[in-house]
Design a binder for this molecule. Structure first.
Ligand code: ADP
Ligand code: MG
Length: 635
């Protein structure tokens, strides 16, 4: 061979040998990423060529189209990746391919040597640059011709074991690089059109240069997110959204932005019309796709947006992150953290704008995604924005569908009102029946209606809106409401005589005796209008809703002693007083008090065992039926 004299053999540097050892001797599920790495290198080389062309440099084969071609030979088990990029000279081959890449590979080796057991996993997460090709190749041949006219074409070949050979090519070659991958026995799968197309689509769909597998161009969707907002039509957004999510509907809302300083990145995000129902969508399966200069680095990265924004779909494309970055190093990366914070804030600001400009759309958003969104009560950094976005049903709304913001509530507060009042229950109907609301209704004070158990967590976590603290209607100190006038005149019976007042007080002690340790105290009520009695939460007890939640999670909360309030003006109570006056020990009083107490617990949802209540009702119905028969003269 005439080439014999010019062929030179080089040994790989120690750290590359170490890297190659790992790559060659492992079996990996994710070795397909080698193609992503080669395509990204080709794309970089083409970018540089375009740059040289636009600055008018004299370059070899200047009319060659800028593109990437992948061919395969099923018989010989060879895959070839070629580009018409900037190429490499002999010296460049030595320094670029023969030395370890500054970015990922060094990190990779470090991580791997710390987690020996987990090679497979780690390789999948890392880009390991050019060398990843040896996961699939038993031999690699690079032929390259630099864009510099006077440079000769060179060939590099290696089995990835310890050394490589390098020599000048005698035959002519046009500008660019051809990488011939001689597949390993167990990697033959890659010499296949569909396999190759699939990998290109998965990782390299948005590379700006055409990528061909055989004769067909694969990457036809452009990286819309990198185009200026003003140049993108709605149809393009819709098309991209459908491509990304496999959804049929268009998105509810689009968030598209590019940030230049201090870091440069593009984001294109979508709020879907529908929340992903649990059958199609596990909580694990969410996140934005992370690109670095149009190359997919992480599919559905859960590290960009917080979980409560997991309904958002889309892509983030960074100009500054290294291509070879692992999930582990991402989280510590300052650039990435900045991107993540900015993107989160972009989503929240967008929603605030949407709420202002298109209330109906925002309502749709809330209906579909509000349930997850509310989990954002844990995001203290963005609490200000989060609170602006919350929506509640309220006593002022026409129906359960009408929603208000905290701002709306604050705007309608009564003069001198210092607290935001709320009531919890399973439905509007249920809350409307809550005796604690009677006084609020009568005084025309608005009350937020919370239907969702999480709402109470949200409220106890944010604690305040502006300067106003949240207060449940069942723990409100009724004196705080004294300053607000009643809007409706109450129909009150004759006030009790002095004498009856004394009997009434004594009856209250009797009631306390009946209920014993189950309650903290008995009081005449100022808050009740239509109901005979209710339970009021002292400040030191858990609210009824919280008690219920704790119990749902099998946590014992102990006896939360409440205050039993009695409506002195109520007919039932007045009748009890009559009975009491005749016989303080009358059994009926005991039954009635137990019944009122258990009914109050039942309304709260905290009556653990309804048997006694049901028996008592039967007994009372039975005696009232006798009374009915008698008064109607039926018997
Ligand atoms: P990285 O891309 O992070 O620099 P790689 O290991 O992927 O690391 O590539 C090492 C270097 O080899 C590249 O920086 C580039 O200079 C050179 N190179 C690789 N592939 C090509 C190519 N197709 N054309 C020109 N240069 C290339
Ligand atoms: Mg690379």
């Amino acid at each position: 061979m005439t080439q014999e004299q010019t062929v030179k053999k080089y040994k790989f540097k120690a750290e590359i040998k170490q890297l190659l050892d790992i790559l060659v001797h492992s079996l990996y599920t994710s070795r397909e990423i080698f193609l992503r790495e080669l395509i990204s290198n080709a794309s970089d080389a083409l970018d540089k060529t375009r740059f040289e062309l636009t600055r008018g440099a004299k370059i070899a084969d200047k009319d060659l189209p800028l593109e990437i071609r992948i061919t395969f030979d099923e018989k010989k088990n060879i895959v070839t990746v070629s580009d018409s990029g900037i190429g490499m000279t002999r010296d460049e081959l030595i320094s670029n391919i023969g030395t370890i890449a500054k970015s990922g590979s060094a990190d990779f080796i470090k991580t791997l040597s710390e987690n020996k057991s987990d090679a497979n996993n780690i390789i999948g997460k890392f880009g390991v640059g050019f060398y990843s090709v040896f996961m699939a190749a038993q031999e690699v041949v690079i032929k390259s011709k630099s864009y510099l006219k006077d440079e000769a074409a060179v060939e590099w070949r290696s089995d990835g074991l310890g050394s490589y050979e390098l020599f000048e090519l005698k035959e002519k070659m046009s500008r660019g690089t051809v990488i011939e991958i001689h597949l390993k026995e167990d990697a033959k799968e890659f010499a296949d059109k569909y396999r190759l197309e699939g990998i290109v689509k998965k990782y390299s769909n948005f590379i700006s240069f055409p990528i061909y597998v055989g004769d067909s161009r694969i990457n036809t969707v452009s990286a819309v997110w990198r185009e200026p907002k003003s140049a993108v039509k709605k149809e393009q957004y819709d098309e991209f959204y459908k491509f990304l999510t496999y959804e049929e509907e268009e998105p509810l809302s689009v968030i598209h932005s590019s940030v230049d300083a201090p870091i440069q990145f593009y984001s294109l995000m979508f709020v879907p019309q529908k929340s992903f129902d649990m059958f199609r969508f596990t909580r694990e399966d969410y996140g934005l796709d992370l690109y670095v200069r149009k190359v997919l680095i992480q599919h559905k990265s859960r590290d960009i947006l917080p979980e409560y924004l997991s309904f958002v779909r889309g892509v983030v494309d960074s100009e500054d992150l290294p291509l070879n970055i692992s999930r582990e190093t991402l989280q510590e990366n300052v650039i990435f953290t900045k991107i993540s914070n900015t993107v989160t804030s972009q989503v929240l600001s967008h929603l605030i704008k949407l709420a202002k400009e298109d209330a109906d759309k925002y309502k749709l958003f809330w209906k579909e995604h509000g349930k997850y969104f509310k989990l954002g009560y844990t995001d203290f950094t963005n609490q200000e924005k989060f609170m602006q976005l919350l929506r509640f049903s309220s006593s002022a709304g026409e129906n359960a569908d009408a929603l208000i913001s905290l701002e709306d509530y604050a705007g309608r507060m009564k003069e001198g009102q210092k607290e935001i009042y709320y009531a919890s229950g399973t439905s509007r109907e249920a809350i409307d029946l809550d005796p604690h609301l009677e006084i609020f209704r009568n005084k025309g004070i608005e009350v937020l209606y919370l239907y969702d158990p999480i709402d109470e967590f949200v409220i106890s976590s944010i604690r305040k809106f502006k300067d106003f603290e949240f207060k449940t209607v069942d723990s409100v100190d009724i004196k705080a409401l004294d300053k607000f006038k009643e809007t409706k005149e109450r129909e009150r019976p004759e006030p009790l005589s002095k004498d009856d007042e004394k009997h009434f007080d004594s009856m209250l002690s009797r009631i306390k005796d009946i209920l014993g340790e189950r309650i903290k105290e008995v009081k005449a009520s100022d808050r009740l209008i239509d109901s005979p009695s209710c339970l009021v939460n002292p400040d030191d007890a858990y609210s009824a809703q919280m008690q219920k939640l704790f119990r749902m999670h099998n946590q014992e909360v102990g006896n939360q002693q409440k205050i039993f309030e009695v409506n002195k003006d109520h007919r039932l109570i007045r009748n009890l007083l009559k009975i009491y006056k005749t016989n303080a020990k009358d059994e009926y009083i005991g039954d009635a008090v137990e019944q009122l107490y258990e009914s109050a617990l039942l309304l709260e949802g905290n009556l653990l065992d309804p048997h006694k209540l049901v028996n008592r009702i039967s007994k009372m119905l039975e005696s009232s039926s006798e009374w009915y028969v008698r008064t109607k003269d039926l018997g």
